[in-house]
Write a protein that binds this ligand. Structure first.
Ligand code: BES
Ligand code: MN
Ligand code: ZN
Length: 511
């Protein structure tokens, strides 16, 4: 190892301070029990219009609660929650009532959001909190809701605070879930916990600043995060990218001291042909010589690697769940910078599949790295489907904002599954058409060019070219990777968008 290389490896581990184990992401504990427990704060889940009776409390104490609930207009409607001072003599200080509406109809996402709202309302210094779901009559439903609410709490408790010299204390609380069927609840929770840990890795990848989170650093992060999972990791180095002829992927980092990598993380939980999840990992987007020239367009462009985070997180979640599926995450990793060696607008570059591409705009780099990654996916893995996910186009933000991600699909079963997954997870997708734009990426100079109009469709058409005949979907998640203030299951910062969506998509396809 050269000295330079040794220094940069040291810098990676020092700057990242990576969580060594999943438990390092959260300082909370979750326990499931059927025995009543007591703590200074008790959260009682209340179906709509049901009388509130806390086990072990006297009739007078429960009446006092009912009166307080009435005064606060608490009915048990889904997502309602109110914190009361617990009645005298109950050994509790606070009683939170949380509405679950008709429990059998409470959606997974509404339960998660309720958990997030509860997490935001609970003081981080509480050592113990009791959650009581025993007013939900159906034990199976109560178990499911317990796990989903606990998951929402975990998602909201994540912090990206490794760049703060004195981070705010994280909650150190033990959450005691009192429910009819604790083993069933715990089993559900473990599947959700796997998803949460995938989301956390995706959030970390998304948020790392551009000078620390360059391609090789993301490779190191992913390697550590996946080290105790049944995942086969392949790392294609910058030299190998060049040797294999992936000129598009190579070209995006041509102006950076950090060359392009490609990472493939394969979890083989079944003998079927794999599903390839191919996510954009442009670790910083200056635009290249088509420079992003105003501060708001270049700021936060470290989040341009969120697609890579999404696919890595999804495969980690499925591996942790030991799901009976065959999936591979493929992440092309680039650093789109400027220097004397950077690609120039108008250059022609040869892709891995031999296509000659006119780089008409160096800022349309995501499709370049994903084009070669789609080719690699087909060549090496012969997948039964390819899903692209990327912070790909500004036009997507113009068309849909952040309420929906744009979606394209070339096969009915893949389309139906992603729409359903979007509804289940509330990572919503809206399909845009691709059939009305013949010649959209034609080039007068080379075989194709990397821009066209409309912008989101041009990006999609480019990716589809390199997916070939493999059934394909593409999710343009531009502007969905980060929130500036806490929103539902997301604390302020990186969202990990796509992990929950793609994990659910793979499950839907496997049904
Ligand atoms: N990473 C950007 C897309 C983006 C924009 C993501 C805003 C998140 C928020 C992408 O690489 C890009 O620069 N796209 C250009 C393409 C254009 C030059 C053809 C765009 O959409 O403006
Ligand atoms: Mn760009
Ligand atoms: Zn970009």
């Amino acid at each position: 190892m050269s000295l330079q290389r040794a220094i940069s490896t040291l810098a990676i581990s020092a700057a990242l301070a990576l969580p060594a184990a999943a438990s390092d992401y959260l300082s909370t504990n979750v326990r499931f029990t059927s025995d009543n427990a007591s703590a200074s704060t008790r959260v009682v889940f209340v179906p709509e219009d049901q009388s509130i009776a806390v086990e072990g409390w006297t009739a007078e104490q429960n009446q006092a609660v009912a009166r307080a609930a009435r005064i606060e207009a608490f009915t048990g409607a889904a997502s309602q929650h109110v914190t009361l001072i617990a009645p005298e003599g109950t050994q509790a200080d606070h009683l939170m009532l949380a509405g679950v509406g008709n429990p059998a109809e409470l959606s997974r996402f509404n339960a998660e959001k309720l958990g997030a709202a509860i997490a935001a309302a609970l003081k981080p210094e509480l050592t113990d909190v009791v959650f009581d779901t025993r007013l939900i009559a159906n034990p199976g439903v109560a178990a499911e809701i317990s796990a989903q609410v606990a998951h929402g709490i975990d998602l909201r408790n994540y912090r990206f605070d490794r760049y703060q010299s004195e981070p705010k204390a994280r909650p150190q609380t033990t959450y005691h879930w009192v429910t009819h069927s604790p083993q069933v609840a715990e089993r559900h929770y473990e599947d959700y916990r796997a998803i949460a840990e995938g989301v956390f890795v995706a959030r970390d990848i998304t948020a790392l600043p551009g000078s620390d989170g360059y391609p090789e650093a993301i490779v190191e992060l992913a390697k550590q995060a996946m080290s105790d999972l049944d995942i086969e990791l392949t790392i294609i180095t910058p030299e190998q990218v060049k040797e294999m002829g992936m000129g598009l992927l190579e070209s995006v980092s041509a102006g950076s001291q950090h060359g392009s990598y490609l990472l493939a993380a394969h979890y083989k939980g079944s003998d079927e042909a794999p599903i390839a999840l191919v996510g954009k990992g442009n670790t910083f987007d200056t635009g290249g010589y088509n420079l992003k020239t105003n501060s708001s367009s270049i700021l936060r462009m470290q989040t341009d690697k969120a697609g890579a985070g999404a696919v890595i997180g999804a495969v980690m979640a499925l591996a942790k769940q030991q799901a009976p599926v065959n999936v591979v995450a493929i992440a092309p990793l680039s650093h789109n910078l400027i220097s004397g060696s950077a690609t120039l607008p108008g250059d022609v570059v040869k892709a891995g599949d031999g296509t000659l591409v006119e780089i008409a705009n160096t800022d349309a780099e995501g499709r370049l790295i994903l084009g070669d990654a789609n080719w690699y996916a087909n060549d090496v893995f012969k997948p039964r489907a390819i899903a692209n996910i990327a912070t790909l186009t500004g036009s997507k933000v113009g068309a849909l904002g952040t309420g929906y991600a744009a979606m394209f699909a070339s096969a009915d079963d893949l389309r139906a599954a992603i729409i359903e997954a979007g509804k289940v997870t509330d990572e919503k997708v809206w399909e845009l058409p691709l059939d009305g734009y013949p010649g959209i990426i034609d080039s007068p100079l080379a075989d194709i060019r990397n821009i066209g109009s409309p912008g989101t469709q041009a990006g999609a058409a480019f990716l589809k070219h390199f997916a070939g005949d493999t059934p394909w979907i593409h999710i343009d998640m531009a502007a969905d990777a980060m929130v500036s203030s806490p929103t539902g299951i997301h604390p302020a910062g990186p969202t990990g968008f796509g992990v929950r969506l793609l994990t659910e998509w793979v499950h839907q396809l496997n049904k």
